[in-house]
Design a protein around this ligand. Structure first.
Ligand SMILES: NC(=O)c1ccc[n+]([C@@H]2O[C@H](COP(=O)([O-])OP(=O)(O)OC[C@H]3O[C@@H](n4cnc5c(N)ncnc54)[C@H](OP(=O)(O)O)[C@@H]3O)[C@@H](O)[C@H]2O)c1
Length: 259
């Protein structure tokens, strides 16, 4: 398959690195400032450098606010049976179709750990997409981690609120935890190593088995022990639960507003 990626910044290049090694697609990238790309990827800086070739897939990986200006010129580069894959946050299928006409459109919403192949991506395909196109797109998101197939764009927005924005929440929770370790007397480097390894190890343990996280939490909590004392403070009221819930809700409401 031939794939053209428009824009290759932070997220585009994370995807590209994995796609270049895990798929056999012929990938062309177009990005004004890009000079280096993984081996085998064709790099162009401007649309004028493209030959008359048409592509099976065009991936939109530019900022959403640029799409209206940039995308229409690419219409003639999309093969008749081709599909658009957009990673642009908050840019709906209908907005894309306003620019290109009715198309097979797949929206994917990856998150930052895609960089290391541990991302979570939501994938939504409109009704114009064939099963083969959905399978192809799923292989692309599988190459960068875990894929959740969304049945609607609303579901895609809900996954975005939970997982797309999730790394931000995880980093902030880790930051607070690191601060608390520093206040106990550890250097910033040691505090960071203690917290990130604890978080990483706990999450890997939870992912390696089938027990739910509540049971795992109870299994590390001995009566009158240190964990129980810590959890009593953490769970003394519903502050944490309410905060996390309002965090995810706020992100979802923002996704809805961006539609
Ligand atoms: N970052 C994330 O965690 C994340 C997560 C999910 C979805 N997304 C989505 O991914 C998209 C890209 O985000 P990003 O964080 O990767 O942004 P970014 O780092 O700014 O990348 C955008 C790239 O587009 C290039 N570009 C600008 N104008 C162009 C044009 N006319 N033709 C081709 N390329 C052009 C820019 O190149 P220059 O630098 O040369 O201008 C830049 O490298 C956005 O739509 C965003 O919503 C991002």
């Amino acid at each position: 398959m031939s794939l053209l990626m428009i824009g290759c910044g932070k997220m585009g290049s994370s995807l590209l690195t994995r796609w270049a090694t895990s798929t056999s697609h012929t990938i062309t990238v177009i990005n004004p400032s890009l000079v280096k790309a993984p081996r085998g990827v064709i790099v162009t800086q401007a649309i004028e450098e493209l030959s008359e070739q048409q592509f099976d897939v065009i991936v939109i990986a530019i900022k959403p606010q640029l799409i209206e200006k940039v995308l229409p010129a690419y219409r003639r580069y999309l093969a008749d049976s081709g599909c658009i894959i957009s990673i642009a946050a908050g840019y709906s299928v209908s907005s894309i179709e306003k620019l290109l006409g009715e198309q097979a459109v797949i929206r994917i919403m990856p998150n930052l750990p895609a960089q290391i192949g541990r991302g979570v991506s939501a994938l939504y395909a409109n009704s114009n997409c064939s099963n083969a196109q959905i399978t192809m797109a799923t292989a692309l998101t599988d190459a960068v981690g875990y894929t959740h197939l969304a049945a609607s764009e609303d579901e895609l927005d809900r996954v975005t609120a939970v997982a797309g924005s999730g790394p931000g929440y995880a980093f902030e929770i880790a930051r607070c935890w690191i601060e608390s370790a520093i206040k106990l007397g550890f250097s910033p480097e040691t505090a960071k190593a203690l917290v990130l390894n604890t978080l990483g190890g706990s999450i890997e343990l939870a992912m390696s088995g089938t027990e739910n996280v509540e049971i795992l939490r109870n299994s590390v909590t001995s009566k009158n022990g240190t964990t129980e004392a810590g959890l009593k403070a953490l769970m003394s009221d519903s502050t944490l639960e309410t905060l996390i819930e309002s965090t995810v809700q706020a992100a979802y409401q923002r996704a809805v507003a961006l539609r």
